[in-house]
Write a protein that binds this ligand. Structure first.
Ligand code: NDP
Length: 404
């Protein structure tokens, strides 16, 4: 018997609800709560139709800790899966601390008024979670999430020391819209318009936004222009794998996407500071989000694949070793399975698996932890069973330059 509370009824929340409901032996009672009740009810109706399972729904403002605490006390979950927005990480962590409930999320905290995401705010909860005897699992989507688990799996089974890590994230799908983002537009655009950053020789190096790019060859997709971005898992991975000499993150964007983004930036639509309009304060990026398609609506005619993985180089038994570990996921297939596009799917399935790891007691230790600090093996086995099979290519030439 377990009770799981999911917060957030967007593209990812929909996947988490469907995939948890599909495993009633582990997730016996589920509640989906979000700001807009009608979105929770629509997902619950679809869960009933596809899985034959009833899930409870509720409306909650997750920016409001006392309101969350009331909901938690009422439903009495063992675990809360947070797939609303990173702005709510701390209010939700506070509510879990106050009620003694385990916590899991897929994105690290960032303040609304500053596009700066880092783990320090959430790591600061470690001692309090430890004292309360509850677990927080941070960043359990695909990237962050599976990217860290792939790295941990490679470190455990294939390397004595990993020296180079390139996380390569390709979405070669086409949703048919002139411009749309695959996850929450506000969070997505804040991430991409930031300066790039990577780790090399014990220090962070900063680049202008999207300044470094090159074609990378993705399995079953082919070469795609890939841009160096700062991505949050780099922060925890360089801390947890101190042998890393360099760690970088690459993501593909089409020229069409970049062109739209440039125009939106040039006209001021990606600003996150309020502007006065007809007597009201309006944040341009929040307004832009309101006119763009919702990530959960993109699946209908989406076709093509995502391909995300870790390219690693290091040493095993005194010899150089390379490894590429990756998953490809097909938008049309995930839409057929649960009505979701592949970016939501590749985020929601790992969140469900992380929740399962916790409820089964496999990933339960008091404190606040990033995913790569847990045993990757049971998680990797579940990825293969729950819709995200992975593949390993060993000792192949990797498309990156190395100094050793
Ligand atoms: P959506 O915009 O589709 O959904 C966000 C949901 O959160 C909406 O239902 C929204 O409600 C709800 N929400 C927002 N604010 C509040 C609040 N104050 N209280 C309660 N609910 C709220 O985004 P996605 O589903 O695409 O993304 C969800 C999360 O997943 C994001 O944090 C994103 O960064 C993360 N993510 C992580 C990835 C990874 O690989 N690790 C990849 C992709 C996404 P409403 O509809 O009323 O606005």
């Amino acid at each position: 018997m377990s009770r799981t509370l999911i917060i957030g009824a967007g593209g990812v929340g929909q996947v988490v609800a469907q995939k948890c409901a599909a495993m009633p032996a582990v997730f016996t009672e589920i509640m989906l709560a979000s700001r807009t009740l009608s979105k929770c009810d629509a997902i619950a109706a679809d869960v009933k139709r596809r899985q034959g399972v009833d899930i409870a729904t509720a409306s909650v403002d997750a920016d409001n800790t006392p309101e969350l605490v009331r909901l938690i006390k009422d439903f009495k979950p063992e675990l809360l899966i947070h797939v609303a927005l990173p702005y709510q990480d701390l209010t939700i962590m506070d509510a879990c601390l106050e009620t003694g409930v385990h916590y899991l999320d897929t994105a690290n905290y960032e303040p609304k008024d500053k596009a700066a995401f880092e783990y320090s705010w959430q790591w600061a909860y470690h001692d309090r979670y430890k004292a309360a005897g509850i677990t927080a699992i941070l960043g359990c989507g695909f990237d962050p999430g599976v990217s860290g688990i792939f790295t941990a799996y490679a470190a455990k089974h294939y390397f004595d020391a990993i020296h180079y890590l390139d996380i390569v994230d390709c979405n070669a799908g086409d949703h048919g819209h002139a411009f749309a983002t695959n996850f929450n537009p506000e969070i997505n655009i804040r991430e991409i318009t930031q300066k790039g950053r990577f780790w090399e020789n014990g220090a962070w190096h900063e680049t202008e936004p999207l300044a470094i790019h090159k074609p990378i060859d993705y399995p079953q997709v082919g070469p795609k222009e890939s841009y160096l971005l700062y991505h949050e898992e780099l922060e925890s991975l360089v801390k947890n794998f101190p042998t890393l000499r360099r760690a970088r993150f690459w993501m593909t964007f089409s020229l069409n996407y970049i062109k739209h983004l440039e125009v939106l930036q040039n006209v001021g639509m990606t600003r996150i500071d309020p502007v006065r309009y007809q007597g009201m304060d309006i944040v341009p990026l929040q307004f832009l989000k309101a006119v763009l398609p919702e990530p959960s609506s993109l699946g209908v005619n989406y076709h093509g694949q995502t391909s995300i993985g870790c390219q690693l180089k290091g040493i095993k038994d005194g010899r150089d070793k390379t490894l590429f570990i990756y998953n490809n996921c097909d938008h049309a297939e995930t839409y057929r399975e649960i009505g979701a596009q592949a970016v939501s799917y590749t985020t929601g399935v790992p969140a469900m698996i992380g929740a399962q790891m916790l409820l089964k007691g496999l990933w339960k230790k008091p404190g606040v932890f990033n995913v790569e600090t847990f045993d990757p093996d049971p998680f990797m086995a579940e990825l293969n069973r729950r819709g995200l099979p992975w593949h390993i290519l060993e000792d192949i030439p990797l498309p990156h330059e190395y100094n050793d």
